[in-house]
Design a protein around this ligand. Structure first.
Ligand code: HEM
Length: 202
């Protein structure tokens, strides 16, 4: 039997859309900044890439603050609280379902309901993305926009290069998350849910 649950309130859908668009712009402009070659490209092209990247980063910060406080003060936050005990076992059950059970038409091991919007893998990846990778990429981006603070670090330590490396590694992690997230959203037929708010439990 399948049932419908209203799991994505309007604010989550608006935040998610803004966040997705900004992340995609940031990934593309970040890549274009990385491959900029001064011997071929005009300097103003570099500057416009940096400007779009920085403005999107500032907007991402504002949207992240909305997400953070939205989760703090609404019911949506409960889906981001993890039980560490037994989590590896639960994630493994979900992996097994994705790898073989799903194609054999087996019942999902963690059916969706109002108390459990995410399966264990979704929960772990969303917590990792939203409470680790995204805030750290934002913080490292702000540090590079205002590098004056790095001057206080001990001499000989290239704080800017270090922050840049951290920023790039996190951007790669978020890009990989996005690819997996897209594949699972499409195969799991969830795209309609994040637009309408309703999810069907199978
Ligand atoms: C084109 C880009 C994207 C598409 C099509 C997409 C698709 C979806 C879909 C279908 C869902 C609902 C299914 C589910 O609950 O698992 C969802 C939820 C979610 N997505 Fe995305 N996503 C995109 C980009 C992103 C990005 C860039 C991030 C973070 C860096 C992200 C983070 C999340 C989170 C945290 C949720 C759960 C929101 C909540 O209900 O609290 N998504 N996404």
């Amino acid at each position: 039997m399948s049932r419908n649950f209203y799991l994505y309130p309007v604010w989550v859908r608006l935040w998610h859309l803004t966040n997705a668009v900004l992340c995609i712009i940031l990934i593309i402009t970040g890549l274009l900044i990385g491959i900029y070659d001064p011997s071929v490209d005009a300097a103003d092209r570099y500057q416009s890439r940096v400007s779009i990247h920085n403005i999107s980063g500032i907007l991402l910060t504002i949207s992240y603050i909305g997400f953070f406080f939205g989760n703090l003060f609404t019911d949506n936050g409960k889906h981001y609280r993890a039980r560490i005990r037994g989590s590896a076992k639960r994630m493994w059950r979900q992996v097994r379902y994705y790898v073989s059970g799903f194609s054999r038409g087996e019942e999902a091991p963690f059916p969706v309901d109002n108390e459990n919007k995410f399966n264990p893998l979704q929960k772990a990846s969303y917590i990792g993305a939203m409470y680790l990778a995204v805030p750290l990429v934002i913080i490292s981006g702000w540090i590079m926009m205002y590098p004056g603070f790095l001057a206080r670090l001990p001499e000989g330590f290239n704080g800017y290069a270090f922050t840049d490396t951290v920023h790039i590694v996190l951007a790669i992690i978020i890009s990989l998350f996005l690819v997996v997230h897209l594949v699972l959203s499409i195969t799991g037929r969830n795209l309609r849910s994040i637009m309408s708010g309703w999810k069907e439990s199978r």
